[in-house]
Design a binder for this molecule. Structure first.
Ligand code: GLU
Length: 472
C-alpha cells in the first residue's frame, strides 16, 4: 500500500506557521517514503470559510514549494458521500436521531455539574423509537460504552482513552450537514490516508474518530500529533493576539526565503544532533516523524533571521534573484529596466538579512532618485571633490570597457593625479551615484548602475557642489 499523508486546513484565515509546519512534516514524510501527499480543504463550516483564505493557503503552499500529488479536494463537494456514510451508520445501528432541545441539554449539563460529574450527553435518545413533533433531530454516533481506545501515536506514544470518557458525538446537524469529526474520517478513509500528521489540538478527537472508523469496519490510519508552536513568551499562538505576524505570506513580504522558513519550521520541534542548516534533500533523508519532540516549542524570530541571512549569503544568486524579483515588483521596480538582477544579488548577498532589505537597497540600480540623502550630501558632496568628480566624469565618458576593474582604475588614477586618498573619493562618489551612503564596493556599484545613469548622476552631483560653492 502506498504511504499517503495529507494536509487538511480549514480555510478560515491565512496559512499560519503552525499549519505550515504540519504541512511540511506531512510532505517530508511522504517524500521520504516514496508516498503521496494530499491537500484537502476542510471548508464545511460555511460561515467561517472564505475563498480568500483558500487562495491564501494555496499561495502559501506554492511559495513554500510544498507541492501536493492529489487535490486540492474540497469537502463541500463531498456532501453526498458524507450523507451516504451517515446513512450507513444509521442502518447498521451505530447512529441514532437525537431530539433533545437546547433547554433539555442545558438542564442535563447543569444537573451533571451539580453532581460534580463531567458534562456529557447521557445518551437518552438512544432508546427513543418515536420522533418528536416539531423538532428536527441531529444524528449522534453511538459510542461504545465499555472498553478503551488506544492510540499508538507516533509522537505522543501510547495514549489510552476509556470509552466511558467519551459521549455520543453529533455527526450530522439538524439541517443534515455533517460535522468535522465525521467528514475528516470519511475523507481519510476514502482518500487512502495511511498517516495522519496533525496538531495535538486534535488529539482529543482521535479516539472518537477511531470508534467511528471501527463501526464502519475499517482500519484507522497511523496518527502522529505534533505539539503546538508557542509564542516567544510561551503563550499559545493565536490569530487574535499575534495576527498576521505568523502568516506564511507575511514572512514572504518581510523578505524571508521559503527554504529558510522551511528550515526554521522543521527545527521547531525536531532536531538532528546540533545541525542547524538542512537542505530540503537532507530534511527528506533525515526527518522522521517519530523523532518529533513531544513538548511544545516557541517561535524564535532571531533564529529565523539568522537562517535567512545564511541562505541569502550562501544561496545560488540566480535562485535568490528569482525571489528578489518579486520584491522589486512590490516596490514598483521592473528589474528588466537595469542591470541583470543576478549580478545585483552577487553584489548584495553578503550585505542583507532579508530580501526586502536587499530590494530596498537596490532600487537605485533601476530607478533615478530625485534628491541626494541630505545628511550624506552635506557631509560628502563638498567642493574638495569637485575637481575629482569632473576628472572622473571625463574619464568615464570615454571609457569603453565598463568593467569594475576599469572603473577601479579610473578612480585610482584620478586620486593619484590629484594627490588624494582613495577613501576621500570613494564615499563622495557613492553618495553621488546612489543618492545615499550605502552600497557594495564603489567600482561594482558604478558598473551595475551603468554608464548613462552614472554620468547623469555625476553631473547632478557636480551641479549640487557648484551651487553649494556659489552659496558659500
Ligand atoms: N481542518 C482541521 C484544522 O484545520 C484539521 C483536521 C485534521 O488535520 O485532521 O484544524
Amino acid at each position: 500500500m502506498t504511504l499517503k499523508t495529507r494536509f487538511a486546513p480549514s480555510p478560515t484565515g491565512y496559512l499560519h506557521i503552525g499549519g505550515a509546519r504540519t504541512a511540511l512534516y506531512s510532505w517530508l514524510y511522504a517524500r521520504k517514503h516514496g508516498g503521496k501527499f494530499v491537500l484537502r480543504i476542510e471548508d464545511t463550516d460555511l460561515e467561517r470559510s472564505t475563498m480568500e483564505s483558500v487562495n491564501a493557503i494555496l499561495e502559501g503552499m506554492t511559495w513554500l514549494g510544498l507541492e501536493y500529488d492529489e487535490g486540492p479536494f474540497y469537502q463541500t463537494e463531498r456532501f453526498d458521500r458524507y450523507k451516504e456514510v451517515i446513512k450507513q451508520l444509521m442502518d447498521s445501528g451505530h447512529a441514532y436521531h437525537c431530539y433533545c432541545t437546547k433547554e433539555e441539554l442545558d438542564a442535563m449539563r447543569e444537573a451533571q455539574k451539580a453532581n460534580k460529574q463531567k458534562p456529557r450527553y447521557d445518551g437518552r435518545c438512544r432508546a427513543r423509537t418515536q420522533p418528536r413533533e416539531g423538532v428536527e433531530p441531529v444524528i449522534r454516533f453511538k459510542n461504545p460504552q465499555e472498553g478503551a481506545v488506544v492510540i499508538d501515536d507516533q509522537i505522543k506514544g501510547k495514549v489510552l482513552v476509556e470509552n466511558s470518557e467519551l459521549d455520543d458525538l453529533i455527526i450530522a446537524r439538524s439541517d443534515g450537514t455533517p460535522t468535522y469529526n465525521l467528514t475528516v474520517l470519511v475523507d481519510d478513509l476514502d482518500m487512502g490516508i495511511t498517516h495522519v500528521i496533525r496538531g495535538d489540538d486534535h488529539l482529543n478527537n482521535t479516539p472518537r474518530q477511531i470508534n467511528i472508523i471501527r463501526a464502519l469496519d475499517k482500519q484507522p490510519p497511523v496518527y502522529a500529533h505534533a505539539p503546538m508552536i508557542l509564542a516567544e513568551d510561551g503563550t499559545k499562538l493565536s490569530k487574535r493576539v499575534h495576527g498576521e505576524a505568523v502568516s506564511v505570506i507575511q514572512y514572504r513580504k518581510e523578505g524571508y526565503l521559503p527554504e529558510a522558513l522551511l528550515n526554521y519550521l522543521v527545527r521547531l520541534g525536531w532536531a538532528h544532533g546540533d545541525q542547524e542548516i538542512f537542505t530540503l534533500d537532507e530534511m527528506i533523508e533525515l526527518f522522521d516523524i517519530k523523532d518529533v519532540n513531544n513538548s511544545a516549542s516557541s517561535i524564535n524570530p532571531e533564529k529565523l533571521l539568522w537562517l535567512n541571512q545564511q541562505y541569502i549569503k550562501n544561496g545560488d544568486p540566480a535562485h535568490i534573484a528569482h525571489h528578489l524579483s518579486w520584491h522589486m515588483g512590490q516596490l514598483g521596480i521592473d528589474p528588466a529596466q537595469g542591470p541583470d538582477l543576478v549580478e545585483v544579488v552577487k553584489a548584495q548577498q553578503e550585505r542583507a538579512k532579508t530580501l526586502l532589505e536587499m530590494a530596498e537597497n537596490s532600487v537605485y540600480f533601476y530607478q533615478d532618485f530625485d534628491q541626494f540623502d541630505e545628511n550624506n550630501a552635506k557631509k560628502h558632496l563638498r567642493p574638495v571633490v569637485l575637481e575629482a568628480f569632473q576628472a572622473i566624469r571625463q574619464a568615464f565618458e570615454t571609457l569603453e570597457d565598463w568593467s569594475a576593474e576599469a572603473i577601479h582604475q579610473v578612480i585610482n588614477d584620478t586620486a593619484e593625479k590629484l594627490d588624494m586618498k582613495m577613501g576621500k573619493i570613494g564615499q563622495p562618489l557613492r553618495v553621488a551615484v546612489t543618492g545615499s551612503g550605502m552600497s557594495p564596493s564603489i567600482d561594482v556599484t558604478v558598473q551595475l548602475i551603468g554608464k548613462p545613469r552614472t554620468l547623469a548622476r555625476l553631473g547632478k552631483a557636480i551641479e549640487y557642489i557648484e551651487k553649494r560653492a556659489a552659496n558659500a
